[in-house]
Design a binder for this molecule. Structure first.
Ligand code: PGA
Length: 253
């Protein structure tokens, strides 16, 4: 068993406010008083569900996160949400650079970098930076090169104090929502590689202290083997986080 410290559920574009409230009531009941409480939990929800989740999870230790944010303070950016708006709601986390944002919404390493800087400068919100290679990149054997390039670009101009306040999620694109999971060895290898990359870019302490989690079709049945690796500090769970009982089963592994 590795040192599992953080498990977050990423709801993506699922659940209405009523459904979010129902989930929260069941999930906090399950979380309370369980050994799960030793692992930090968070629910990363659509913007319109954040306030209800913050209200429902108050005092439970369960965190709430946004799935994206804009890098400007404010402005004529129809459809976007600023860090100040997230601060006001009181969210704890914000995903930056999820592969679905990169793929469908033209997120680039440049915008990811600006968003990280904005979160770090203007809030205490913990960024969850997502990185990962495509199927073709893995087939070509260049997955480490790809992930290292992504991390270097995404963290450009940041210093070790900035990175110490972040979580990095390794999410191989080919494993997200596909039912394909990286083998425990692949997850372990890449999380270890990310840690060595942070060591080279910053220092050993930063590398050791940054939680590096795995995401991509994690479910109760495969969580134990993924969590067995000593480099994997937790998980970002998509599909299997939508049902509170199934999501909680992952904490019990
Ligand atoms: P998945 O999603 O567990 O449904 O593969 C993971 C994620 O995108 O964070």
């Amino acid at each position: 068993m590795g040192r599992i410290t953080f498990i977050a559920g990423n709801w993506k574009m699922y659940k209405t406010t009523a459904e979010a409230r129902e989930f929260a009531r069941r999930f906090k009941e399950l979380y309370r008083g369980k050994k799960a409480a030793e692992v930090k939990a968070a629910v990363i929800a659509p913007y319109t569900q954040l306030a209800v989740l913050v209200e429902e999870f108050a005092g439970t230790g369960i965190g709430v996160g946004a799935q994206n944010v804009h890098f400007a303070d404010e402005g004529a950016y129809t459809g976007e949400i600023s860090v100040a708006m997230l601060n006001e709601i009181g969210v704890d986390y914000c995903i930056v650079g999820h592969s679905e944002r990169r793929r469908y919404f033209a997120e680039t390493d440049d915008t990811v970098n600006l968003k990280l800087k904005q979160l770090l400068a203007k809030s205490n919100i913990i960024p969850i930076l997502c990185v990962g290679e495509t199927f073709d990149e893995r087939e070509a054997g260049i997955q480490e090169q790809r992930v290292a390039e992504e991390i270097r670009a995404d963290l450009e101009d940041l210093d070790k104090a900035d990175v110490a306040g972040m979580i990095i999620a390794y999410e191989p694109i080919w494993a997200i929502g596909t039912g394909k999971t990286a083998t425990p060895a692949q997850a372990e290898e890449m999380c270890g590689f990310i840690r060595r990359t942070l060591d080279r870019m910053f220092d050993e302490e930063t590398a050791a202290d940054t939680p590096i989690i795995y995401g991509g079709s994690v479910k109760p049945s495969n969580a134990p083997e993924i969590f067995a690796g000593s480099e994997v500090d937790g998980a970002l769970v998509g599909g299997a986080s939508l049902d509170p009982d199934i999501f909680m089963e992952i904490f019990d592994r």
